[in-house]
Design a protein around this ligand. Structure first.
Ligand code: ATP
Length: 341
């Protein structure tokens, strides 16, 4: 499998008058292979946006090595920028423009044939709403329009910062379907999020960042399996007696109000057989699989919350961006940035 994004030991510290020295990324590693829908997961302020900005040449890294589509970044970014679509930070559009007009302007500005506009509207499911003014769009539709703008130049790699931020469950499902259809069309997707449900629903691979460092990476199922305690919830008529019998087998047993949680179980038959032989009948036996939420909490020591505001000091970004950007890749639609447009 070939790497589409490789980051080794990325470091970035910000120095500001108001807040002093702030280590945003502290020796971070990331590898995204071709064809993946790769989730970049971490709590607010853990360094996701800084990593993406550094990778895209929008902020200068203090150390580490990065490459995209085989080209070292930011040094050889211009060579591959035309094959990368990226939206970093919340997209904003001119409300009085229609989606079609917005995309036409972006296509013209980016030297992309305007015939692409209808194709990308179709791709993101906005074909029938493309002639409506953007100010009437739902948040989900605006997010899809942002993705459409990044798709104009038919990128091989799509980088999206918090694309599902603020979406309701239906919007997240739509985003998932969109990402899957892009992956089927051969696009590699890296998307950041601080919301676990999104990553678990949308992505096949995940890298978890905490305090600027990678704390887990791999296929979502494997990351979860690494935290599997082999636990089962058991409901029986005589929980006390069942608990004694199971503890005698060397299993860990925790009594909860309406069930026993039995850990260290390699074969669930051991539970049913042992209890059955003693006349304690099992009413229910349910495997307890870890979800990304508990893994995330354990790894990062923090519970992400959709309502916690982003912690980036936005007032500093424009200046910082202009000063630090090694290569100006900025094509703005409000706040959205698209590489190489
Ligand atoms: N331009 C900047 N100037 C000063 N500090 C910054 C700047 N950008 C980011 N930081 C700080 O770096 C740390 C990492 O921020 P970053 O935006 O990369 O995190 P994040 O994981 O993207 O968070 P969120 O999910 O809230 O967007 C934070 O402490 C943030 O305040």
């Amino acid at each position: 499998m070939s790497a589409v994004i490789e980051i080794d030991g990325l470091r970035k510290t910000f120095h500001t008058l108001r807040q002093g020295r702030r280590v945003a990324v502290d020796g971070f590693d990331l590898r995204v292979d071709a064809g993946q829908i790769h989730g970049f997961l971490g709590p607010n302020g853990s360094g996701k946006t800084t990593t993406l900005r550094a990778l895209l040449g929008l902020v200068r890294a203090d150390g580490g090595r990065m490459s995209m589509l085989g080209a070292p970044s930011p040094q050889r970014l211009p060579e591959v920028a035309g094959r990368v679509g990226a939206i970093v930070e919340s997209p904003q559009f001119f409300g009085n423009f229609t989606a079609r007009r917005t995309l036409r302007l972006l296509a013209l500005a980016g030297g992309v044939p305007t015939g692409r506009v209808d194709e990308v509207l179709e791709q993101v499911g906005l074909r029938d709403r493309g002639d409506e003014r953007v100010k009437g769009y739902s948040l989900g539709m605006k997010q899809r329009l942002a993705v459409a703008s990044a798709l104009l130049k038919s990128p091989e790699l799509l980088i999206l910062d918090e694309p599902a931020n603020g979406l309701d469950p239906a919007g997240i499902r739509e985003m998932r379907d969109l990402m899957r259809s892009l992956a089927e069309a051969g696009v590699t997707v890296l998307l950041s999020s601080h919301i676990l449900a999104e990553i678990q629903l949308i992505c096949d691979h995940v890298t978890i960042i905490s305090h600027g460092r990678r704390v887990a990476a791999g296929p979502v199922d494997e990351v979860l399996a690494g935290f599997d305690q082999h636990e089962y919830a058991v409901r029986v008529a005589e929980p006390e007696r069942a608990g004694e019998l199971l503890r005698a087998l060397g299993l860990s047993v925790t009594a909860q109000p309406d069930r026993l949680v039995v850990g260290g179980v390699d074969e669930p038959e051991l539970i049913t057989r042992t209890l059955g032989e003693q006349g304690v009948w099992v009413r229910e036996l349910v495997p307890l699989r870890p979800d990304l939420e508990s893994v995330f909490l354990e790894l990062t020591g923090t519970g992400p919350h959709p309502t916690i505001p982003r912690q980036v000091d936005d007032s500093l970004l424009p200046e910082q961006t202009q000063k630090d950007a090694a290569i100006d890749l900025d094509a703005r639609v409000g706040d959205s940035r698209e590489v190489g447009a």
